[in-house]
Design a protein around this ligand. Structure first.
Ligand code: DON
Length: 602
């Protein structure tokens, strides 16, 4: 149910048809982005944003600040900020150069296709999401070092300084973190390191307590001194591999030594909208998101969209989502090991054919929608890669996205993750949490994965050295050749829908930056065959969609830090974006108010 009463205020998401009623946005949410003349850092956590701004003010560029922010979030946002996980970073420098850093985790050498299938043939749903066996080889430290070496101007030791300080001196636990720790305590108390560090030795932390992480500070200091080599071949590697071996994990010293981050070519496409020429720069595989978002934007090119108070607009976008997720399931996987038909999937001719299968008046049953036959204009629709048989689940929490723009106009969009909130829930002796990214693989061919009910193909099966398919989609938009919008989100598969909506809000609806983040969100992932809508949508929108044949589910996860309000107000995604004011050039920091994001500029 949408919340009513004094807590909320009505906003017009977009002028146009009003048949769906207006979304109700909480009064406490900021209405305007934070403006700054020089630089802007937007993250889930104020201390993370401040770490980035500290580096910008010391003369660092956006990449220096992004690396500092990522390390600082590994200290102050243990749910998702990490050095024990992996992620993607999209960089666009002011001179036009673009780079995509892929530091996605890989499957350990001893991983195997059926490692989570029990003797009775059933999937062990716990094993891929909690404990030592769910851990893939972490990529973050190698990726951040590579990004810094490639485009940064400062030394690793300099950008690590804020993170080391926060880990050593500690920081005050917010209501949000206290609630997250409480929520995840059943998993965390299972592992002695997690119980000691994050549950105060079983005494539990309250908001206002200090969290000091001396082991993590020592690890960060070693990285500052010896670089990523410490993490992959030095002291940290040794500590991690020994702990793994003692506790039934499969990640070895050799796996760590073998890990390599990759630089990949940025995906890009052009669109005309509102009298401007736009370019969308986004994430290539092993992200599934960039391909899916370009396919969606292509399919929606000729579709008039009026706003999220218009059921017809919601319908057309939901049907588009349904189809891009069917394609994602069949075709997307690690491009180093599977042929991914990126050119066909992102081709406007293919999109036209795909869009032609949408019934403009009612929902198509997902049972009758299968993957298309991607091809580029002029090539036969039968050429190329055959769709792979697929199998499909919900958004876990948590991943984190942050955006940075510096005074020169260099921009960074970065999403990185432990997968689930607090990842595998294991905190190793070196003081950091380990991911449970193995669950992003097709853990049992023919069966949806544990956390997200996602349909995935055999091409995403577990194999040593492979990267599991991801939905993380850091994205940057240019308007008339100039930096315009930096975006991305957590949210499991909803990352794709939420990032797509933020792009539509900015590029097609011309919303103000904060409005583009506040606007209500919806998501359809083909299977389960239902549209998920945030609580801010009015009942009339839900009814209009049900009348078209949709099964509607409200929201996704609760926001525990918001107490009762959070229980009512179910949300998806946390977009931390930066827009550029085309008139003044000011940086517009738009943090997601759904879980108290923070935009800090100067
Ligand atoms: O890479 C992915 O797609 C997932 N591991 C992301 C998980 C996620 O976003 C959970 N948070 N909301």
């Amino acid at each position: 149910m949408a919340t009513t009463g004094p807590l909320v205020t009505r906003i017009v998401a977009q002028s146009g048809a009003k048949t769906g009623g207006l979304a109700e946005i909480p009064k406490s949410w900021p209405k305007q982005a934070v403006r700054a003349a020089h630089g802007m850092v937007v993250t889930d956590e104020e201390l993370g944003s401040q770490a980035g701004v500290e580096i910008l003010k010391r003369g660092g560029n956006a990449v220096d600040a992004a690396v500092a922010t990522a390390f600082a979030l590994a200290v102050v946002e243990p749910t998702a900020g990490n050095i024990g996980g992996g992620g993607f970073m999209l960089v666009r420098l002011a001179d036009g150069k673009t780079t995509f850093f892929d530091y996605r985790e890989t499957a350990p050498g001893k991983a195997s296709r059926d490692m989570y299938v029990r003797k009775d043939g059933k999937l062990d749903e716990e094993a891929s999401v909690i404990g030592y066996r769910s851990v893939a080889v972490p990529g973050t430290v190698a990726g951040l070092e590579l990004a810094l070496k490639t485009h940064g101007t400062m030394k690793l030791g300099d950008v690590l300084a804020p993170a080391i300080r926060l880990a050593e001196e500690g920081f005050t636990i917010s209501e949000k973190l206290a609630a997250e720790l409480e929520e995840e305590s059943p998993g965390l108390q299972t592992f002695p390191g997690s119980n000691r560090i994050f549950l105060n030795n079983g005494q539990r932390f309250k908001a206002g307590d200090m969290l000091r992480q001396p082991e993590l500070a020592a690890t960060l200091k070693r990285i500052a001194k010896n670089g990523a080599a410490d993490f992959y071949r030095g002291e940290t590697a040794k500590v991690l591999a020994e702990e793994m071996a003692k506790n039934g994990g499969i990640l070895s010293l050799q796996d760590l030594a073998n890990y390599k981050p990759k630089v990949r070519e940025v995906l890009r496409a052009r669109y005309d909208s509102g009298g401007h020429s736009w370019e969308v720069l986004t994430s290539p595989p092993p992200s599934s998101g960039g391909v899916a978002i370009l396919e969606a934007l292509n399919m929606l090119k000729e579709v008039p969209l009026k706003g999220w108070d218009d059921p017809q607009s919601v319908h057309m976008v939901a049907e588009t989502m349904r189809r891009i997720f069917a394609d994602r399931a069949a075709y997307l996987a690690d491009p180093d090991y599977a042929e991914v038909p990126v050119a066909g999937l992102t081709d406007p001719c293919y999109a036209k054919e795909r869009a032609a299968t949408i019934d403009h008046t009612k929902a198509t049953s997902s049972k009758t929608v299968s993957a298309g036959t991607p091809h580029v204009c002029g090539a036969s629709a039968s050429s190329g890669v055959a769709p792979r048989p697929v199998a499909s689940r919900l958004e876990g929490r948590h991943t984190t996205h942050f955006s940075v723009v510096d005074t020169a106009g260099n921009a960074v969009a970065s999403t990185y993750t432990l997968n689930d909130s607090f990842g595998s829930h294991v905190t190793c002796a070196a003081g950091f949490l380990l991911n449970d990214e193995m669950d992003d693989f097709t853990t049992q061919p023919g069966v949806p994965n544990s956390l997200f009910e996602l349909m995935q193909s055999d091409a995403n099966a577990i194999a040593p050295g492979h990267r599991p398919l991801s939905s993380m989609t850091p994205t940057i938009l240019l308007r008339d050749g100039k930096l315009s919008f930096v975006t991305g989100s957590p949210g499991g598969p909803a990352i794709i829908s939420v990032t797509l909506l933020s792009i539509i809000n900015w590029m097609r609806f011309g919303m103000e930056a904060q409005g583009a983040i506040n606007a209500p969100r919806f998501h359809h992932q083909w299977f389960p065959d239902r549209i998920r809508m945030e609580a801010e949508f009015p009942l009339s929108m839900e009814q209009a969609l049900r009348a078209r044949g949709y099964e509607v589910e409200r929201g996704w996860y609760e926001t525990p830090s918001l107490g009762n309000e959070g229980k009512l107000r179910k949300h998806m995604g946390l977009v931390n974006a930066v827009g550029i004011d085309p008139q003044t050039g000011e940086r517009l920091g738009a943090a997601d108010p759904r879980d108290r994001g923070s935009a800090v500029g100067y």
